[in-house]
Design a protein around this ligand. Structure first.
Ligand code: HEM
Length: 433
């Protein structure tokens, strides 16, 4: 494994990190510090990212220097074994962004679009050890209190409703008309919000994390909606996640409940959108799945697993922060450096893939949900939502077909999220009312 030690790591890079004449990345078009490959830029092309991960692996080994914004460098962890170590070892790798050197030194601009994603909140995603376990128990218990039958019914009803809105047209974009709408309606329902307030919350959260001029106001609106929900559920608990968090023996404060609700919403929405749409793409396009499904060998769950292996809905996840100087994956990692979880790259690590290259059906050792104490606590409800959404539309529109050649489908331009920009389909008389 080649692990050159002469590459510039995050904390050793001078700021600002763009020396004159730094070469532009062929994939993203961005320039970055010498040695750190940019994962951002005007030309960021979702299709090219898997090839970029392999170039990084070949050049640097399982941990590679990247930059995620101008002047913001980090380590991308590409190796499956190294990613397990990163996620399991809380002593060496903290979840708390207040340890991040670039943030502590004021080198992350206040309006950086990264901050809504990695800025500290009093929520489980940003804590370690005892403090994390306290909130995690409350969140996990609230999630396991979800009634599966009821959730399936809610997803099916929401799906039927969305499908009815476009069946007469004979065509739809399954991203814009279906996958993007379904999880947010279901998740706001799980939190205990009615439809209109749910919609208002969705808009406020989207604007808050957009890092635009509207963000500050939107953040206040989001806080007001959630505080009102918390107030209501304290007085009149219902069969929902908010009530379960508020009345959990872990005794979360209202502020902690609020921020954990935001984390659940943000962590669960786009990921589930991506999982639904990419699974539908596989069922529509992959001849092995089309024929196997009708022949009964492959299940929808197999398609869902294939997505988690090959197109994990979160391809890279920020972040962990080194708590000490160390050599990790052959690289000189310094205290306070940011490390990014390269979930897609770790799944494609040649050291763990079967020789044929295609992951074995039924094998769930992928890292799409990460691992260790912070592994996604919502794997079961997320799968249930995704499976039901996929099943419902397949049964309602049995003759749907892709409207463009598969090669024309595009991925969204993001180094974090792996999802389709659009999935245009058409269907005939069998599916119309
Ligand atoms: C109903 C849908 C979902 C909800 C409510 C949800 C909720 C959460 C929460 C609360 C966390 C933080 C856990 C912690 O820090 O202890 C988390 C982490 C995470 N979730 Fe989910 N999630 C959902 C769906 C998904 C899906 C579909 C994926 C991708 C397949 C996913 C991938 C992840 C990943 C990669 C993490 C990061 C774990 C880490 O920091 O190591 N989640 N999720």
């Amino acid at each position: 494994m080649s692990t050159p030690l002469n590459s510039t790591g995050p904390s050793t890079t001078p700021h600002p990190a763009e020396p004159a004449g730094a070469p532009a990345c062929p994939v993203t078009g961005a320039t970055a510090a010498q040695g750190a490959t940019p994962l951002y830029g005007p030309g960021l092309d979702g299709d090219m990212l898997p090839a970029l991960y392999e170039q990084l692996r070949a050049a640097h080994g399982p941990v590679a220097p990247v930059s995620i914004a101008p002047g913001i460098d980090a380590w991308l962890v590409l190796g499956h074994r190294e990613l397990l170590q990163l996620t399991r070892d809380e002593q060496d790798f903290s979840h708390d962004p207040r340890r991040w050197t670039l943030l502590r030194e004021g080198r992350v601009p206040a309006d950086s679009p990264l901050l809504p994603m990695v800025g500290w909140r009093p929520a489980l995603l940003f804590t370690d050890g005892q403090q994390h376990r306290r909130m995690r128990t409350a969140v996990s218990d609230a999630l396991s209190g979800i009634n599966g039958h009821e959730l399936r019914r809610q997803v099916r009803d929401t799906a039927e409703h969305l499908i009815s809105a476009f069946t007469a047209r004979g065509e739809a974009d399954l991203v814009a008309d279906y996958a993007r709408l379904l999880p947010l309606q279901v998740i706001t329902g799980l939190l205990g919000l009615d439809k209109d307030t749910g919609r208002a919350l969705v808009e406020a959260i989207a604007q808050t994390v957009s890092a635009t001029a509207a963000s500050a106001d939107a953040s206040k609106r989001m806080g007001a909606i959630l505080l009102q929900l918390i107030d209501e559920k304290r007085r009149r608990p219902g069969p929902d996640i908010t009530s379960a968090l508020l009345h959990h023996p872990a005794r979360l404060t209202d502020e902690e409940v609020l921020h954990n609700l935001v984390v659940m919403f943000v962590a669960g929405n786009q990921t589930t959108v991506n999982w639904i749409a990419t699974s539908l793409r596989i069922l529509l396009c992959d001849p092995a799945f089309r024929s196997s499904l009708s022949g009964g060998h492959m299940t929808v769950d197999d398609a869902l697993d294939l997505v988690l292996w090959k197109f994990p809905p979160t391809q890279n996840f920020p972040a962990r922060y080194a708590t000490r100087d160390m050599t990790f994956g052959g690289q000189p990692v310094r205290t306070g450096d940011m490390l990014i979880l390269g979930l897609a790259a770790a799944n494609a690590d040649p050291r763990i893939l079967p020789a044929a290259g295609r992951p074995v059906v039924g094998n769930r050792s992928h890292l799409a949900f990460s691992a260790g104490p912070h592994t996604c606590p919502a794997q079961d409800p997320a799968r249930l939502i995704t499976r039901t959404a996929v099943d419902t539309i397949r049964h309602r529109l049995p003759d749907m077909e892709l409207s463009v050649p598969e090669a024309e489908l595009e991925w969204i331009k993001s180094p974090w999220s792996r999802g389709l920009a659009a999935l245009p389909v058409h269907f005939g008389a069998i599916s119309r009312p």
